[in-house]
Design a binder for this molecule. Structure first.
Ligand SMILES: [Zn+2]
Ligand SMILES: [Zn+2]
Length: 389
């Protein structure tokens, strides 16, 4: 019998507003949307930011035995968590059925999420009215502290400290537990406790990391967000296995998120910065984290065969040096065959040997691991690197 496996995909990781600045492309500019496929085939969607559009356009539904069933959790009603709804193509097909979960907002009252649907698609803000949405939609109100089951999975909701309220969700699957705690700020004793209870012992703890500790101590206090330092503290306190830094500030460039990640890794052993396209597999041997980069991001690629020397850190945290070859090369990055398996998002020093006018020349580059192909070629792994200088 094979072990149960759950797959967590990041479709949108940016907070507050989508970004299209090239300096934010590596981590991605779509607002929050995650997908978790549980071992029993149940599809969970966490938040409906602009990442939801791409999830809907994927075309293929996950392989599962019974009829398509998707459960969508909306943490709160700020724009960045709902703005993908009108652009989610599967909502326009009558063959689909969606179960929505969210809380009763003090501002909206009964049927809060239903009202959000209608308000979003009202004239003059949107060209098509609600009647075009033919999929069956069921709405359920959830309160903090509530626990319920969907298939083999146990769901717990918990209140978080955020203006107008926000729910965190804990999903326990037979392959492991995922806690999604976006949009929250430390400083309210009762809600700080609620967050810790939700995150206790989680395999994957996704926490708001919009600001640096310095920003949070200054003008950003009271805006409803956390820093990476809050995440590492809580992860250590509650014994979470892996921390994922989430809801990156729209003004944080990729280089700034790299720095945030570096600081966080000095405080806690297993940390990733959420990036669009990142996939975390739970329950597989070694709890491997995989990622892919959409082709459009890698620009024109050319097959290559340059000798290369690589220094980095393995998934297990050990330094390595290795001679290898570059398999393909673009202006932004390279695909390198390595025997060592570096950690996703870790820094690599790459020295490429290229033919120059006076014989071989060495090109020193620094980059980050953005992709690890587990389709091994003999005993090698194909490692995708984006160069930062
Ligand atoms: Zn948000
Ligand atoms: Zn918010």
């Amino acid at each position: 019998m094979t072990a149960p496996v759950a797959k967590l995909s990041f479709w949108g990781v940016r907070g507050s507003t989508p970004t299209v600045d090239p300096s934010t492309w590596r981590y991605g500019g779509n607002t929050p949307c995650l997908e978790l496929i549980a071992p029993d085939g149940t599809q969970f969607i966490l938040d409906c930011g602009t990442g939801l559009r791409m999830l809907g356009n994927r075309g293929t539904s996950p392989s599962r035995g019974g009829s398509p069933e998707t459960h969508i959790f909306v943490t709160h009603y700020h724009w960045d968590h709902i703005q993908g709804i009108p652009f989610f193509a599967p909502l326009y097909s009558e063959n689909n059925e969606f179960h929505f979960y969210s809380f009763r907002s003090k501002c909206l009252g009964r049927d809060s999420l239903k009202q959000v649907f209608e308000a979003q698609m009202a004239v003059p803000y949107f060209p098509v009215d609600m009647s075009a949405m033919n999929a069956r939609r069921k709405f359920r109100e959830v309160d903090g502290g509530e626990t319920f089951r969907i298939g083999e999975n146990k769901i717990t909701a918990g209140w978080l400290n955020h203006p107008q309220g926000c729910l965190g969700f804990r999903i326990e699957t037979p392959a492991g537990s995922v806690v999604y705690a976006t949009d929250n700020e430390p400083g309210d004793a009762k809600l700080d406790k609620s967050l810790r209870e939700l995150a206790a012992g989680a395999d994957i703890f996704i926490n708001d990391a919009q600001y640096t500790p310095e920003q949070l101590a200054g003008t950003r206090r009271g805006w409803g967000h956390s820093s990476w330092l809050d995440g590492t503290r809580i992860a250590r306190e509650v014994d979470a296995k892996t921390l994922v830094l989430f809801h990156h500030d729209p003004d944080s460039t990729d280089r700034m998120v790299d720095t945030i990640l570096k600081h966080a890794r000095e405080e806690f052993g297993s940390v990733y910065a959420a990036s669009e396209g990142m996939v975390i597999t739970l329950g597989s041997p070694g709890e491997r984290v995989e990622a892919h980069m959409p082709g459009s991001r890698t620009a024109l690629r050319r097959e290559a065969h340059f000798r290369v020397h690589v220094c980095g850190i393995t998934e297990g945290g050990h330094p390595f040096e290795e001679d290898s070859v570059v398999k393909d090369l673009s202006l932004q990055g390279a695909l390198i065959a390595l025997k060592n398996s570096p950690r996703l998002q870790s820094e690599l020093q790459v020295t490429i040997e290229t033919p120059g006018v006076n014989g071989m020349q060495q090109m020193q580059l620094r980059g980050y691991v953005v992709r690890i192909d587990n389709v091994a070629e003999r005993d090698h792994t194909a490692v995708g690197v984006v160069f930062t200088d």
